[in-house]
Write a protein that binds this ligand. Structure first.
Ligand SMILES: NC(=O)c1ccc[n+]([C@@H]2O[C@H](COP(=O)([O-])OP(=O)(O)OC[C@H]3O[C@@H](n4cnc5c(N)ncnc54)[C@H](OP(=O)(O)O)[C@@H]3O)[C@@H](O)[C@H]2O)c1
Length: 291
């Protein structure tokens, strides 16, 4: 196989596979999935399915055999779990003789104060210490993470945030998938870090965009972190998710996702999809497309 994508039944990974089969011959693209029963769509498309669970190194070893270029899509869960899983993937890629590793990291991973940063720093280090040519692709905040808040704001609720005037380079999975596929199918991307970020905007900017799409006023409501945390608890989110979201808002306030970069635009070969267009698509899609 020329290119294998992990997390291929996930929201980002499946879009990367879609983009790849437009660029290279189908027979050269593979999908690494932990549950092949969920891979019917991919199989129907003619993509080779390889079973691999990040908690089962032997399965990853089999999945990565004969693969030239590998995309590791980060997994979910607690930091310690993800670190262990990602190390498994990198070690098995090395054993299998993979010649290029791309990895979906976090914006400014080396200095990002988010708790999640530890995972991405560890994985980037693990990849770099193999000596295998790599391309690190720090993904900024998915606009889709805000889907529920955007819909609510378009219906008249305030857009609540604790991020103050911190800027965020919101991106859509569609743009990320296109850029990631361009790296995997392209050449000359060895040993690079491409910050995949949209133009940095505040939540107030986002409210302005929602207002212009919805044709009604949309207000941002700034709250402190404790209030934000209490609000999340009220809607019944699990403690783990609350901690992650509050930590992200705290870091956003400090500019952790403020990343002016033209890397995404360069890889796309066209401007990043304008925020207004992405918000309009998200609203038109109704429910779904969330985090
Ligand atoms: N930048 C952001 O704003 C942002 C937001 C959310 C997440 N993320 C990160 O970006 C990644 C991709 O996002 P997404 O929206 O595509 O998430 P997603 O839909 O949850 O996809 C995650 C993928 O990882 C796979 N996976 C998880 N644990 C695994 C394991 N032990 N072995 C093999 N595969 C495993 C899942 O497999 P199944 O399909 O079998 O479940 C799924 O395909 C996430 O996993 C997370 O690390 C970033």
């Amino acid at each position: 196989l020329q290119i294998l994508v992990t997390g291929a039944t996930g929201q980002l990974g499946s879009k990367v596979v879609d983009e790849l089969v437009r660029r290279v011959a189908m027979a050269r693209v593979g999908a690494c999935v932990r549950n092949p029963e969920r891979a019917d769509l991919l199989r129907k498309r003619g993509v080779e399915i390889r079973q691999g669970d990040f908690d089962d190194p032997a399965s990853l070893g089999r999945a990565f055999a004969g693969v030239e270029r590998l995309l590791i899509v980060s997994t979910g869960g607690e930091n310690a779990t993800r670190i262990r899983q990602h190390r498994n993937a990198v070690a098995q890629a090395e054993r299998a003789g993979v010649r290029f590793i791309a990895y979906t990291s976090l914006t400014k991973a080396d200095s990002n104060p988010m708790a999640l940063g530890a995972v991405h720093r560890d994985t980037e280090n693990a990849i770099q210490s193999t000596g295998i040519p790599y391309c690190v692709l720090p993904n900024n905040w998915y606009l889709e993470n805000e889907a529920a808040s955007i819909r609510a704001a378009a219906a008249g609720a305030p857009l609540v945030t604790a991020a103050g005037d911190g800027r965020i380079g919101w991106v859509t999975r569609d743009d990320l998938a296109m850029a990631t596929a361009a790296v995997l199918a392209g050449s000359g991307h060895e040993n690079t870090i491409y910050e995949l970020s949209g133009p940095p905007r505040t939540y107030a900017d986002l409210a302005g965009v929602i207002a212009s799409v919805a044709g009604r006023e949309a207000k941002v409501e700034q709250v402190d972190l404790d209030t934000y945390e209490r609000m999340l608890a009220k809607i019944g989110l699990p403690a783990f998710a609350i901690e992650l979201i509050v930590d992200a808002q705290r870091a956003m306030r400090r500019g952790a996702l403020d990343m002016p970069s033209r890397d995404l635009e360069r890889l796309l070969g066209q401007p990043v999809t304008p925020l207004k267009e992405s918000v309009a698509r998200l609203l038109a899609a109704g429910t779904g497309g969330g985090p």
